[in-house]
Design a protein around this ligand. Structure first.
Ligand code: SIN
Length: 292
């Protein structure tokens, strides 16, 4: 029994949108709310029709997964470029000569792994990434899953009073605490400053027109226009709300799998439960627009 809510039905009632059948790919949903595995597509060799359907599958499922891919670094970068200009990470290590090809790697000697807390990628940037394409080539024998959460669902599950309260509110997102010193083990020197930006707490997705909650525990530091104690209490509530498992899927990787997520309407969290084993791959990140 849900002791917090009593007998009021589910916390969130998902109403699926209309979806036309796919003709050039197969789409198998992980949950009704978020996540789908796509098959029948070779990301290194996509037809225009497949590309369009993958774009639609992303809009409908928020994060999509492609197993058994064989992508050379150039093909990985080219796949990202089909969706927009590439984003250069303000701190993380990248492959030599390819600033847009970020390293995602943890092994026995790592002091940390990427993305261990809930976040939307680099939301501290003025123009935060639209999406991220993570290609995991080496997996641990078990573990190393990634959790994804729908911020449409998180927004829609708020009470009407809370939605009114948050309407027009702006939050500060700051990369300083997240990035300073974080990549020293990769030999990355700190920069004098890291990005900091103000974004609406609720943003409207430019493709779907749906509203999404846009605060995350990783980067969001303060709500503007309210006292500090109110900001802290409200953010605590919103982070906890956004992390409700009801809005989530959990993906189990296999080697040579690609995940493509939309940072404008999701958050994610990587599990580092596989030490001392190695998990390794690359991420290509696609530049986004100013959140509105
Ligand atoms: C990230 O936040 O990009 C890392 C996600 C993962 O390693 O699963």
């Amino acid at each position: 029994m849900n002791t917090l809510r009593g007998n009021q039905g589910p916390r969130y009632r998902h109403t699926p949108g209309e979806s036309a059948p796919y003709e050039t790919i197969r789409v198998e949903k992980l949950t009704p709310i978020i996540g789908a595995e796509i098959s029948g597509a070779d990301l290194a060799d996509l037809s225009n029709r497949q590309f369009d359907e993958i774009h639609r599958a992303l809009a409908e499922n928020l994060v999509i997964f492609f197993r058994d891919q064989r992508l050379a670094p150039r093909e990985h970068l080219d796949f990202g470029r089909r969706f927009g200009d590439l984003h250069i990470h303000p701190a993380a290590p990248h492959e030599e000569g390819e600033p847009a090809l970020m390293k995602i790697h943890a092994d026995r000697n790592s002091p940390r792994a990427n993305g261990e807390g809930w976040h939307s990628d680099v939301s501290c940037d003025e123009l935060p990434p639209m999406g991220s394409v993570l290609y995991i080539k080496q997996c641990p024998p078990d573990g190393g899953d990634t959790l994804f959460a729908s911020m449409y669902a998180a927004y829609e599950a708020l009470s009407d009073r809370m939605k009114s309260y948050l309407d027009g509110m702006v939050a500060v997102h700051d990369g300083e605490e997240v990035y300073r010193g974080t990549y020293a083990n990769f030999g990355v020197a700190d920069r004098p400053n890291y990005p900091k930006a103000e974004h609406p707490v609720v943003r409207t997705h430019p493709v779907t027109g749906r509203k999404a909650l846009y605060v995350n525990r990783g980067f969001t530091r303060r709500l503007l226009g309210v006292p500090r104690d109110e900001s802290e209490a409200m953010l605590r509530y919103l982070f906890e709300h956004a992390e409700n498992p009801l809005f989530q899927c959990r993906f189990r990787w296999s080697e040579n799998t690609v995940a493509f997520w939309d940072n404008r309407c999701t958050q994610h969290r990587a599990m580092w439960d596989y030490w001392p084993h190695t998990r390794s791959g690359n991420r290509v990140t696609i530049l986004g627009e100013r959140p509105v």
